[in-house]
Design a protein around this ligand. Structure first.
Ligand code: IMO
Ligand code: MG
Length: 422
């Protein structure tokens, strides 16, 4: 039986997971999403055409590949249908899309609640994507959430009614708009009808396909430091985008897992609030943002930018059991004359290479840097590691030495082909 390769974010998201997933996807029979929802934004460029995915596994671009949305995902059906339409408009088939019966559904009141909670947090806001992700997972764990299969039950209306009545009490308290159960019911019945042909028990399907020796690639969303347990809580997302969430979000078991590919950039970025030790709130950070086009695929927000943080990367390798790394944007960092990489955190007298998720400790930590030479020239056409300039190789080898994991894939441009595979 073939093993499942898993692609995971190793920092605060937006590491370019879409690009490596797309590359590996050409060799896969199945592309799988197990966590998160349309808070994710994966941009891919194929033959000059740009695609942005929020929910559907991007592996669907390869004809004949199953695209599976697993039970751990939260689905906004309106967004899903828009994504299906946009693919079909570009001549892509979605006939092999499959959606788990057990995935939870995002309703308009989740989105409204996400916005209300953020408003109430005031200065302590998280900077969520306002897609209703947190409130939907809240309902899942509170056990009142509605799953895809509930849309087809005779008591769907009753379940929805109880939820809406309960939420409306809160909205009323804050003077917010209340929801009408009949309107939401009608809207979602329409969605239910349209997505029905894609719905199945995806866990059984995945194991059936594995038994038939099919190759599965699991497409991680979000990232290690956004993990509800292992990230910089409370400035995190409401799921486990780390390796554990991949298993519980799909029904895969540990022995199914093959390579765990950690995706990173040659620098770093973060969207939303929360501590960020290597953030550059200066003209270098601004320059990285412009050179790397660091604006959100989901919310269009300018991303906070900084140098690569090896303390955090080592932690991501530890939590996820990362077997190899994919480093994107080597070309981008190589446009600077010199650049730095963080090799330890300094907090008062304490110098450590261990990542902490404690908010105060993170805020009090300053990076200890090593400096590297840039000016790599145009490396977008380089396909062999040996052909990279020595200064670039020095940087890569220092990272590998620090984290003890090989960098197998190196992105040298945005295009599908612009990658070195070692
Ligand atoms: P991809 O898959 C970057 C961040 C949000 C916010 C926090 C919580 O593209 O890497 P949420 O809406 O999930 O409750 O927001 O998490 N966040 C992301 N940041 N990339 C993502 O996904 C993200 N998904 C969530 O900005 O700080
Ligand atoms: Mg993103």
């Amino acid at each position: 039986m073939k093993k499942v390769d898993v692609v995971l974010g190793s920092f605060y998201g937006d590491e370019g997971k879409g690009k490596i997933i797309d590359y590996l996807g050409t060799q896969a029979d199945v592309a799988l999403r197990a966590t998160g929802g349309n808070n994710a934004g994966h941009s891919i460029e194929v033959d000059g055409e740009k695609y942005v995915f929020h929910l559907i596994p991007s592996g669907i671009l390869n004809n004949g590949t199953y695209a599976i949305i697993g039970n751990g995902v939260v689905i906004d059906p309106k967004v899903l249908l828009e994504e299906i339409k946009s693919l079909e408009d570009k001549g892509k088939s979605v006939s092999k899309l499959r959606i788990s019966t057990k995935a939870h559904i995002i309703f308009p009141y989740h989105i409204a609640m996400d916005k209300l909670l953020e408003k109430n947090r005031g200065k302590g806001k998280i900077g969520t994507t306002a897609r209703g992700i947190g409130p939907c997972y809240c309902d899942k764990y509170e056990r009142c959430g509605l799953r895809v299969e509930d849309l087809y039950l005779v008591n769907f209306y009753d379940k929805l009614k109880i939820n809406i009545e309960n939420k409306n009490r809160i909205f009323k308290l804050y003077g917010e708009k209340e929801f009408d159960v009949d309107n939401v019911y009608k809207e979602y019945l329409g969605y239910a009808k349209k997505i029905k042909k894609y719905v199945c028990d995806t866990t059984i399907l995945i194991h059936d396909l594995l038994n038939k020796d099919k190759k599965v690639i699991c497409e991680g969303a979000q990232a290690t430091l956004l993990d509800i347990d292992f990230g910089s809580y409370p400035f995190v997302t409401s799921s486990n985008p780390t390796i554990g969430g991949i298993l519980t979000g799909s029904g895969l078991n540990p022995s199914n897992i093959g390579e765990v590919i950690g995706v990173m950039k040659a620098y770093s970025s973060r969207v939303g609030e929360g501590p960020y030790v290597t953030e550059l709130k200066n003209e270098i950070g601004d320059k990285i943002r412009e050179l790397g086009h660091e604006y959100g695929a989901t919310t269009k927000r300018p991303r906070r930018c900084g140098y690569l943080d090896l303390v955090a990367l080592k932690y991501a390798c530890l939590i996820n059991g990362i077997t190899c790394l994919c480093m994107n944007h080597l070309d981008t960092i190589g446009k600077l004359d010199t650049f730095k990489v963080c090799v330890a955190y300094k907090n008062g007298d304490k110098v450590t290479t261990d990542f902490t998720t404690n908010e105060k400790e993170l805020l009090d930590s300053t990076p200890v840097y090593e400096t590297f030479k840039g000016n790599f020239g145009d490396i977008s056409k380089v396909r062999k590691y040996e052909d990279l300039p020595d200064s670039a190789k020095k940087y890569i080898e220092r990272i590998e030495e620090f984290v003890g994991v090989p960098i197998k894939y190196i992105g040298v441009g945005a295009g599908r082909e612009e990658m070195i595979v070692r």
